[in-house]
Ligand binder design. Structure first.
Ligand SMILES: NC(=O)c1ccc[n+]([C@@H]2O[C@H](COP(=O)([O-])OP(=O)(O)OC[C@H]3O[C@@H](n4cnc5c(N)ncnc54)[C@H](O)[C@@H]3O)[C@@H](O)[C@H]2O)c1
Length: 395
């Protein structure tokens, strides 16, 4: 694409999500207004077979098992998709080198790690954002617009959820996401939590108080080598929070579940107020439901969301949108904001939003321990210990 500024992109962590980056870069021409042309040039992974996959991407020149080789100015932007216990060290090293990056959530395993990352980023010149793509579904964008226009009136209640179910299969072998030493004591909240906090935080809805019900449902899993391994993570988390708003406090419920039978990768939201409501689920990705009051009647109506999200694409407006489109949108938003051209369009989650999310998850652990509602503690730098999950249901 002539006129677009080439940007050299590298990936650290060539697993599930690292490969998705290659797909997103490959579809860049679908974006109508992007000022950049990202080119995937370098890949790092400690697993040689993960690196091998990238040999199919013709623009990739560097394959390495040491991410520090990508901090020498040979790439302009990094995507980091490594297990959670590595976030703090890797993100801090990249920030210190002054390389821009989009890091995967949750930005460390606990508030201590997340705060350290925030400080490292603030002290650097790097432009840094946190991955969260689901809000880029057109239906979510339209729901956000409905709420920003104040069409719900005084909010009565809000619910955001991200629901998986493959862990219902107890024969599914263990991986790092099911072991606290790699994914942190916050378990599923680290995995899915940023996905449900991004939109409420962006709407200015920071919880003040949390009552959490955290569940451990599967204690062991096959280790993949014929034996059994301990699966010591929280599978499901339901956070009942209170948001203080000038128009009046309201309950905000945040659900993150690895075992929500029947839900494969469902992100959903429902917000109702005194004048209107809005409801959206990626289970029915084309359908946006809104409620308005007309002639004294409460009218819920359904309309199709179409293909257009925050950043315009060549895709016909009547066509369908999916997960890979959401990733493309997230990256387009990242580069637009990096270039200073995002304007009023929806942006990627920030390191600060990741930190607030950690403070929320930390409050959830404390609530679970005491079986009581607890306040969020801004500025906590707590490093989690095994005892922090003592109150988890089923443990
Ligand atoms: N945004 C999303 O929708 C989404 C979905 C899944 C996972 N994630 C996030 O992406 C990140 C990675 O998850 P995943 O599912 O891709 O995991 P994965 O296990 O599939 O991939 C992680 C990769 O990191 C590599 N790795 C480990 N240590 C490394 C090191 N020191 N240097 C370089 N590479 C190293 C592993 O070999 C592996 O290939 C996590 O933060 C996770 O929360 C995000």
């Amino acid at each position: 694409m002539t006129g677009r500024e080439p940007v050299r992109v590298g990936v650290i962590g060539a697993g599930l999500m690292g490969k998705e980056l290659a797909g997103a870069m490959g579809r860049w021409s679908a974006l109508e207004t992007s000022a950049v042309e990202p080119v995937l040039t370098a890949v790092c992974d400690v697993n040689p077979s993960a690196l091998d996959w990238f040999r199919r991407v013709s623009t990739v020149q560097t394959l390495t098992d040491d991410y520090r080789q990508l901090l020498d100015g040979s790439v302009d932007v990094l995507y980091v998709a490594v297990p959670h216990h590595l976030h703090e060290k890797v993100y801090l090293d990249i920030a210190q080198a002054g390389v821009d990056f989009l890091g995967e959530k949750p930005f460390g395993v606990d508030p201590g790690a997340s705060a350290a990352i925030n400080e490292g980023v603030a002290a650097s010149t790097a432009f840094v954002r946190c991955s969260s793509e689901m809000p880029f579904y057109p239906g979510v964008q339209q729901a956000i617009s409905f709420l920003r226009q104040g069409r719900a009136g005084r909010i009565i209640e809000a619910n955001f959820a991200f629901l998986h179910s493959s862990d219902l299969n107890v024969d599914k072998p263990i991986n790092w996401k099911r072991q606290t030493q790699y994914c942190g004591q916050i378990g599923v909240m680290g995995d899915l939590g940023m996905h449900v906090t991004h939109v409420p935080l962006r709407l200015g809805w920071t919880p003040t108080t949390v009552f959490a019900q955290l569940q451990e449902l599967v204690a062991t899993r096959p280790d993949g080598r014929g034996g059994t391994a301990v699966a010591d993570t929280i599978e499901n988390a339901t956070l009942s929070t209170i948001v203080a708003e000038p128009n009046g406090d309201f309950p905000l419920t945040l659900e993150t579940k690895r075992i929500a039978p029947g839900e494969m990768n469902t992100w959903r939201m429902r917000v109702v107020g005194m004048q209107g409501g809005v409801e959206y689920s990626t289970r029915y990705p084309q359908t946006l439901n809104t409620m308005t009051i007309r002639d004294g009647q409460q009218v819920w109506e359904e309309r199709m969301a179409g293909s257009q999200s925050a950043q315009p694409t060549i895709t016909g407006p009547i066509f369908e949108f999916g997960f890979t489109d959401a990733l493309l949108q997230m990256w387009a938003a990242y580069f637009a904001e990096r270039n200073g051209t995002l304007g009023e369009a929806f942006g990627c989650a920030t390191p600060t939003e990741a930190l607030i999310s950690h403070e929320l998850f930390d409050a959830a652990l404390r609530s679970s321990q005491t079986r009581q509602a607890v306040p969020l503690t801004p500025g906590t730098r707590r490093r989690h210990q095994p005892a922090d999950v003592a109150g988890v249901i089923g443990r």
